[in-house]
Design a protein around this ligand. Structure first.
Ligand code: SAM
Length: 277
C-alpha cells in the first residue's frame, strides 16, 4: 500500500478528525459502523495524528464521530428507501466514506463535494464506484449545482459544514438548494449554537488554523431565512451517544447536560423537507 502524504490545513484539515474517528470506531470492540473502507483509507494516510490522539483518545472520539455518522446514515437510508431513484449531494463531504456504508442502489446518483485539496486526497485513498461523482469546489460557488439534475428527489447532506460558512453564504447556499432541486427533497445538517461555536473554534483553530463563523441557535433560524425549508426533526447530538460504548462517566454527564438547553443544543442534528417530494 502506497502512503499518501496529506498536508490539508484550515477547514480542509478538520476532515482528518472524521477519518481518524471512523477508523478508531472500526478498530474498537464493539464497533458501531464497522467501516472497513474508512479504516483502509486511514491506513494509507501519511499524517502525524499524534497531537490529535493526545487530545482525542480513541475511546472518546470513536463513539462520538461514529454515532453522528450513523445518525446521518440512517436519515440517508430512510430517504433512499422512499426514493430509490434519487440524487444525493453530500456537501463538505471531507474524508467521510458514507457512500460505501449506505451502498445506494443503481437508481441513485451521488455527489460528494469539497474543496479541490480534499477531493484530491479522496481520489487517492478511496475506491471509485458506479453512480458516484466527486465535485472539487467550494459549496459557496453559485454555479455548484449546474451539472446536477434538479428533477429527481434530492437529499442534501451538510454534516460538519454549516459552522465553517459565513451565515450569509450558508443561507445563500440553502436558497440555491431549494431553488435548483425543483422535485424537492430533504436537507440534513448539523449545527453549533452560540455557546458551542467559540469552544469548537478554539479547538479547530489550534490544530488546523481553521475558523468557525456560523452559530445556529435554532432550526427556525433557517426557516425564517428560507420559507421553503420545513424542519421535520431536530435531535441533540448528545442523544445518539448514549447508545454507544462511550465511557460511563461521560454518559452520566450527558444525562445531566440534557437538562441544560444551551449545552443540550450545543450541536443539533436537523432535518428539513422542501418542495413537493
Ligand atoms: C469537519 S469536516 C466534515 C467532513 C464530513 N462532512 C464529515 O462529517 O466527516 C468539514 C469539511 O467541510 C469542508 N468545507 C468547509 N467549508 C467548505 C466550503 N466552503 N466548500 C467546500 N467544502 C467546505 C472542509 O474542507 C472539510 O472537509
Amino acid at each position: 500500500m502506497t502512503a499518501v502524504k496529506v498536508t490539508l490545513d484550515q477547514a480542509m484539515g478538520t476532515s482528518l478528525i472524521m477519518l481518524y474517528g471512523l477508523s478508531c470506531d472500526a478498530r474498537s470492540e464493539p464497533s458501531l459502523l464497522h467501516d472497513s473502507v474508512a479504516a483502509q483509507a486511514f491506513e494509507q494516510v501519511d499524517y502525524d495524528f499524534g497531537p490529535l490522539r493526545k487530545k482525542m483518545p480513541p475511546k472518546l472520539i470513536g463513539p462520538s464521530i461514529a454515532s453522528r455518522a450513523r445518525h446521518f446514515d440512517t436519515w440517508t437510508t430512510e430517504f433512499l428507501a422512499q426514493h430509490p431513484e434519487a440524487t444525493v449531494v453530500n456537501l463538505g463531504a471531507g474524508l467521510d466514506s458514507r457512500v460505501w456504508r449506505v451502498d445506494p442502489g443503481p437508481g441513485v446518483t451521488w455527489y460528494d463535494v469539497d474543496f479541490p485539496g480534499v477531493v484530491d486526497v479522496r481520489r487517492k485513498i478511496f475506491p471509485s464506484r458506479d453512480g458516484y461523482h466527486l465535485i472539487p469546489a467550494s459549496v459557496t460557488d453559485p454555479d455548484l449545482f449546474d451539472g446536477i439534475s434538479g428533477d429527481r428527489p434530492t437529499l442534501v447532506i451538510a454534516q460538519g459544514l454549516t459552522m465553517y460558512l459565513e451565515p450569509a453564504d450558508g443561507h445563500a447556499l440553502f436558497r440555491r438548494v431549494t431553488d435548483h432541486f425543483t422535485a424537492g427533497g430533504v436537507v440534513a445538517l448539523d449545527t453549533h449554537n452560540s455557546w458551542a461555536l467559540p469552544r469548537q473554534d478554539k479547538l479547530v483553530h489550534r490544530y488546523f488554523g481553521a475558523r468557525l463563523h456560523w452559530a445556529i441557535d435554532s432550526p427556525a433560524d433557517l426557516e425564517r431565512e428560507n420559507p421553503a425549508l420545513r424542519c421535520t426533526d431536530s435531535v441533540s447530538g448528545m442523544v445518539p451517544l448514549l447508545d454507544t460504548s462511550t465511557p460511563v462517566r461521560y454518559k452520566a454527564f450527558i444525562r445531566l447536560a440534557l437538562h441544560v438547553p444551551k449545552i443540550r443544543d450545543a450541536g443539533l442534528y436537523v432535518r428539513y423537507a422542501f418542495g413537493p417530494a
